[in-house]
Each structure stands twice: as structure tokens, then as C-alpha cells.
Design a protein around this ligand. Structure first.
Ligand code: SF4
Length: 284
């Protein structure tokens, strides 16, 4: 059962792909990590990581997982880093313009949130059910894109939550339309699906071989859950915590709002079916 359209504007996804060569290692400066989260050491937000080299690349890149920096391999800025460096600051960086370092970090964190909203809206456009709200989705992508290209002072003043509410209204509409299309399929598989209360706690639960078609798993805690061979067609996975979840042989090809960062933290196999725009992690 495929709920996605065959043809969509792949260009829209290009802006959401990371290009570390065009960034100045912003995530390695902006983000904190801590030994209590499983890292080998603590690093505060705003402090450049000691492994960041002169060209803003990680000098531990090929050994990150074996050295305990798994979190670094799962992080995804969705293109915020290169946008902040190249578009907003026109090639300036936190070293060449060190007086702007704090500002750049705050701008990066906000632009990352906007890029994430753009990812959800773009993902929404790939569903056949989105047809009735297609124009609104495209307009909201353009509006969000416009915000990511504002001057730093405008971005700092931006009420992100207000904008997120507008985006969420559209995403909810899409969920409703996908739900209708799942019901309208009237296949036994769709009728037998399991219903969940949003935000449910499934840490370590065995959901293998489960029919999760159209399930609302928004914000669900699925840490270490067994989803082997589960069917998540039309399931809403926005914000779901999939750390160490077993996605081997699961069907996620038509689930809603899944991100690369979520996939990077989970376990999967060659047979895990992913949405077209997501990349199978090389450690699967
Ligand atoms: S270990 Fe490498 S990827 Fe992780 S923060 Fe440091 S420089 Fe960046």
C-alpha cells in the first residue's frame, strides 16, 4: 500500500540536505554534549569541539562511533548550517567574525527549527492525500523559506512557536486527509490496524509484526521498542523517539514526518523500507 505520489518536486528536498563543506562546523560549536548522555566527555554549548579542525571538519569523523561519539553521527541540521554560513552571514564564520559567534549560534538554532518545519511540509507534499491543501503547503514552504533567509536580527526576533502553530495546523490537516485515505482503502489490513492514544509510552515494547497502519505515534516514546516487520504505512511519527528501536524489515515507506535524525538513532536492516528521501545509515 503506497500512499505517496510518484512524481514530486525533488528540488524542494535538496535545500534540506546537509553540506558540511559549506558550513563552518556550527553544530560542533553550538550544541552541547555530556558524559551523562553517553559521550566520552562534556562539551558546553558555544564551545568549539576540540576535534574540529582548521577547515571546520571533524578530525575523528571515521572513528566517531567506535570512540563513543554516536550522537555526532546521528545529528542532522537539515541544511541549516550551510544556510546560516553562506546565505545569512555570506561566508563569515564564528572565527573570522568572532564578535558574532553568540549571535550566529542563536540564529543557527532557530534556522534549524525552521528547516525542520520545511522538512515536514515538504514530506506532506509527497502524499496523494495532500492534493486539497497542496497550494497552502507550497505557500507555507515559501513563507518558511523566506524566514530562513531573513537578516540575523529578524531571525532572532522571530516568534518560532507562532510560526510552528501555523505549520502544525496544516500538518494536522494532512494527517486527517491521510487517515481518510487509509479508511477509504477498505482493505482488511487497514481495518485491523491498532489504534493508539497519541504520546503513548512504548519503551522496550514488543510491537513486531504489528499492523500500525495509520497509527498516531506523534511524540511516542519508542526507545528500544521492537518494531520488526511492523507496517507503519500512514503512521504519524512526528517527534517520535526511535532511539535503538528495532526497525528491521519494517515498512516505513509511507509513514508521515519521519526524519533522517530519527532513522539514524534506530536499528534497521537492508530490508527496512524507508521513504525515498531518507538514506539508509551505513551502520545498519
Ligand atoms: S566529535 Fe566531531 S562531529 Fe562531534 S562535535 Fe566534535 S568535531 Fe563535531
Amino acid at each position: 500500500m503506497n500512499l505517496r505520489v510518484e512524481e514530486y518536486d525533488k528540488q524542494l528536498f535538496n535545500d534540506l540536505k546537509i553540506d558540511c563543506m559549506k558550513c563552518a562546523g556550527l553544530c560542533c560549536v553550538a550544541l552541547y554534549f555530556a558524559a551523562s548522555d553517553g559521550f566520552p566527555m562534556d562539551k558546553n554549548s558555544g564551545v568549539p569541539c576540540k576535534f574540529l579542525d582548521e577547515g571546520f571538519m571533524c578530525n575523528q569523523h571515521s572513528a566517531l562511533r567506535s570512540k563513543g561519539y554516536k550522537g555526532c553521527t546521528t545529528y542532522e541540521c537539515l541544511g541549516a548550517g550551510q544556510k546560516v554560513t553562506q546565505v545569512i552571514y555570506k561566508g563569515e564564520n564564528w572565527q573570522s567574525a568572532s564578535q558574532k559567534k553568540k549571535e550566529m549560534i542563536e540564529v543557527f538554532i532557530k534556522v534549524k527549527k525552521l528547516q525542520e518545519m520545511k522538512w515536514y511540509l515538504t514530506d506532506a507534499l509527497t502524499f496523494s492525500a495532500a492534493e486539497p491543501i497542496k497550494i497552502e503547503l507550497v505557500n507555507m514552504i515559501e513563507e518558511t523559506e523566506g524566514l530562513t533567509q531573513s537578516a540575523p536580527e529578524e531571525i532572532l526576533k522571530l516568534d518560532i512557536e507562532k510560526h510552528r502553530n501555523k505549520v502544525n495546523r496544516l500538518l494536522k490537516e494532512l494527517c486527517y486527509l491521510v487517515e481518510l485515505s487509509v479508511i477509504n482503502l477498505k482493505v482488511a489490513k487497514a481495518k485491523d490496524r491498532k489504534k493508539f492514544v497519541p504520546g503513548h509510552f512504548f519503551m522496550g515494547k514488543n510491537l513486531s509484526n504489528t499492523n500500525l497502519i495509520g497509527a498516531d505515534l506523534a511524540g511516542a516514546i519508542l526507545i528500544g521498542a521492537n518494531l520488526k516487520n511492523a507496517d507503519l504505512t500512514g503512521a504519524n511519527l512526528i517527534g517520535a523517539d526511535l532511539r535503538d528501536a528495532n526497525l528491521r524489515d519494517a515498512n516505513l515507506s509511507s509513514c508521515l514526518f519521519l526524519t533522517q535524525a530519527q532513522i539514524n538513532t534506530a536499528q534497521g536492516s537492508e530490508k527496512t523500507r524507508l521513504p525515498k528521501e531518507l538514506v539508509r545509515p551505513m551502520w545498519w
